[in-house]
Design a protein around this ligand. Structure first.
Ligand code: IPM
Ligand code: MN
Length: 346
């Protein structure tokens, strides 16, 4: 019989609340014969304060045993900036080689957008997840002086670029519109930019049905606001992907509905699914957080593990729920989770 052995990392702030709802919906959607096993891990600010640890080698070994990881959010104002980001989240993405950071943007009917009209937004960003300026390759000299110099080197390898570009082409090929945009800044970042462009053009030859375009990242921020419907699949580097996916979330329903997958396509290590939003300490513990982004991340998790029908049921339930929100009174985190669990079970 089938089974899912899931690592659950609620983390900090609203992470706890939204993950509980994600699990509620996951349990409700799975067929009887699928055995769901979950193990919770206490990573985050509390553990850091108690032990000084963010993510140890033993932790990574334990996580390796799971089929997938569901993460709420990690981060708290009591921890200096960068400690948990680098020591937990990026460490995990790098250790498990999550090179495909998948971030879909879909504006569902009835969902508010700051854009005029109701543009048809339905694209997916394939953000490189293990290279670029995120590698921690840099340094400071003459620190604290007027002559301080800081470098933050962007690392781009032919191997790393090609594998994520290939993933994006395969995704574009599988979608009805078959369009792929490379977003970079190759007029200024001429070393990395040319590597990306050359690899992109080379792989494009193997996908004659995919329509390609290249766009500088600054121009892309304009088009994401003025013509978001032009995008189908986007492939880009780690930092540009970080920035444009927040913009993409803002125009397609907000950070409350933005889901993501940190994917290791080979399956050598478990992939990790998380809402794009952070721990939102200002509203934590009040039942105010929208669990929808986490629930949609659960759908990505299910699709990654081959449960396509169940993933679609969750996405349909979310679409129906959002479509009916209208001017109904606001619901709590668990009320939204309950409503979605009822819908996916029905
Ligand atoms: C994200 C976040 C992270 C990133 C931070 C918290 C390290 O902004 O998942 O988008 O920059 O990747
Ligand atoms: Mn981000």
């Amino acid at each position: 019989s089938r089974s899912i052995n899931l690592a659950v990392i609620p983390g900090d702030g609203i992470g706890q609340e939204v993950v509980a709802e994600g699990l509620k919906v996951l349990s409700a959607v799975l067929p009887q014969d699928v055995k769901l096993e979950t193990k919770e891990y206490d990573f985050g600010a509390k553990r850091y304060h108690a032990t000084g640890e963010t993510l140890t080698d033993a932790d990574l070994d334990a996580l390796k045993a799971h089929d997938a990881i569901l993460l709420g959010a990690i981060g708290d104002p009591s921890v200096p900036s960068g400690v948990l980001e680098r020591g937990f989240l990026l460490k995990l993405r790098f250790a498990f080689d999550h090179h495909v950071n998948l971030r879909p943007s879909k504006l569902l009917p009835g969902v508010a957008t700051p854009l005029a009209g109701q543009p048809e937004i339905d694209f997916v960003v394939v953000r490189e997840g293990t290279e670029g300026p995120y590698t921690g390759n840099g340094g400071t000299i003459r620190k604290g002086t007027e002559h301080e110099v800081a470098t933050e080197v962007s690392v781009n390898t032919a191997y790393g670029v090609e594998r994520v570009v290939r993933d994006a082409f395969a995704r574009a090929q599988a979608r009805p519109r078959k369009k792929l945009a490379l977003i970079h800044k190759n007029n200024v970042l001429t070393f990395a930019g040319h590597l990306w462009t050359n690899v992109f053009n080379k792989v494009a030859e193997e996908y004659p049905e995919v329509t390609t375009e290249y766009m500088h990242v600054d121009a892309a921020t304009i088009y994401l606001v003025t013509q978001p419907e032009r995008f189908d699949v986007i492939v880009t580097d780690n930092l540009f992907g970080d920035i444009i996916t927040d913009l993409a979330a803002a125009v397609s329903g907000g950070i409350g509905v933005a889901a993501s997958g940190n994917i290791n396509p080979s399956g050598e290590f478990p992939s990790m699914f998380e809402p794009v939003h952070g721990s939102a300490p200002d509203i934590a513990g009040q039942g105010k957080a929208d669990p929808t982004a986490t629930v949609l991340s659960v759908a990505l998790l299910l699709r990654h593990l081959g449960y396509d029908a169940e993933a679609t049921r969750i996405e349909d339930a979310v679409a129906a729920d959002l479509g009916e929100r209208g001017d109904k009174p606001a619901r709590s985190t668990s009320e939204i989770g309950d409503a979605l669990a009822v819908r996916v079970a029905g």
